[in-house]
Design a binder for this molecule. Sequence first.
Ligand code: 5RP
Length: 218
Amino acid sequence: MTQDEMKRAAAREAVKYLSMGDVVGVGTGSTANYFIEELAEWGGAVGAVASSEATASRLRNCGIPVLDLNDIERFSVYVDGADEINHKLEMIKGGGGALTREKIVAAVAQTFICIVDETKVVDVLGRFPLPVEVLPMAASHVARAIRGLGGDPKIRGDFVTDNGNRILDVNGLSIKNAVEMEQVLNNVVGVVTNGLFSNRPADLMVVGGVKGVKVARA
Ligand code: 5RP
């Protein structure tokens, strides 16, 4: 089984947790793209909230109405991939650069279902470089602050987020306490958000693997 087949299998399984008439929050990335295809095939969602312009465009192309998050107080399920997920269902996200909108949409969802292939499941977060979205004028200041915390930040080339900001990818941070690290990084002035999803972890992890799909709760 290829990694893409495992992603697809996890995406297909996630649809089983939806109810007819749901508004569904949809993440960003290749696994989320498989989920969009499965969602369109299922046909039971009245609309979706998108975590990026790319996802909004894919949803519309599949005929799924895209709703404005400001018009919704709460919706039932958010489904998204991750770059890493641990057994507490804390994640590193933002490999695709959509971390801020992903975190906002996840905050409004009752249930967060993380869909991954088995290579993404780790004991300790931090092998994947941690994305940090920064206001452009603050990039150097934030980089210095991150070096002070023991990290090694690199600006992500010419990449600009949907919000007009830049991304620092950070290696070398020791993320033993993800909740604390998420807060420390968010307190650096100029940081928009960081890719640690630990204050609001997933509620359910759906993992596609060579031996089939496994589901775990924190
Ligand atoms: C995008 C993300 C993605 O969920 C993460 O990068 C995983 O992507 P993929 O499903 O392509 O492996 O956080 O900002």
